[in-house]
Design a protein. Structure first.
Length: 157
C-alpha cells in the first residue's frame, strides 16, 4: 500500500489523496511511470438511490438529451441536465425520507392496533406484516441517507 509521502529512487512524484476515502496500490513502477490501482474505501454512498427501479432510466433519459458544442461543453451540459433530473426525481419519488418513516410508522401502528383487536383475522396479520416490512425498508433508507450525509461531512466539501 502506498501513502502520500512515497519516495522513488528516480525522484519524487507528489500524488495527494484522501487516505480515508481511497487506498492506493502500486501495480508497476519504472523510471518514468508509476502505475497505480485505486480502491475506494467508501462504498454504498448512494445505494438507496441506485437501488430504486427508475434511477437508471431517469439518468439515461437525461443523458440522452441533445446538446451541441465542443466535447467539454457537451459533457458539462449533460451533467447539469442529469443533476437537475435527479433532483426532481429524488423529490418526487422519495420526498423527505423522514416524513416517509413517520408515515410508515403510523401505518404500522394502525395495523398493529387492528391485529390486537382481532388476532385471529388473517387479513390483519398480512397487513401488519406488510406494514412492518415497509417500515423496516424506510428505516434502512433513512440509515443509508444518514450514512451518506455523515461521509460527506467527514470528507469535506
Amino acid at each position: 500500500m502506498l501513502h502520500n509521502y512515497e519516495d522513488h529512487s528516480g525522484g519524487r512524484i507528489w500524488v495527494l489523496w484522501n487516505g480515508a476515502a481511497i487506498q492506493m496500490h502500486s501495480v508497476k513502477t519504472t523510471s518514468q511511470l508509476i502505475h497505480l490501482d485505486c480502491t475506494e474505501l467508501i462504498s454504498g454512498k448512494v445505494s438507496h438511490l441506485t437501488a430504486h427501479s427508475t434511477f437508471y432510466s431517469t439518468v439515461q433519459s437525461a443523458w440522452n438529451s441533445d446538446v451541441q458544442g465542443t466535447p467539454l461543453f457537451v459533457l458539462c451540459q449533460k451533467l447539469r441536465v442529469v443533476k437537475a433530473a435527479l433532483k426532481v426525481w429524488n423529490r418526487d419519488d422519495f420526498g423527505t425520507i423522514h416524513h416517509r418513516v413517520q408515515c410508515a410508522a403510523s401505518v404500522l401502528h394502525v395495523a398493529q392496533l387492528n391485529l390486537s383487536t382481532d388476532p385471529m383475522n388473517n387479513e390483519y396479520g398480512k397487513r401488519e406484516k406488510q406494514a412492518r416490512e415497509d417500515y423496516l425498508h424506510s428505516l434502512r433508507m433513512e440509515a443509508s441517507y444518514a450514512k451518506q450525509l455523515a461521509k460527506q461531512h467527514c470528507l469535506g466539501p
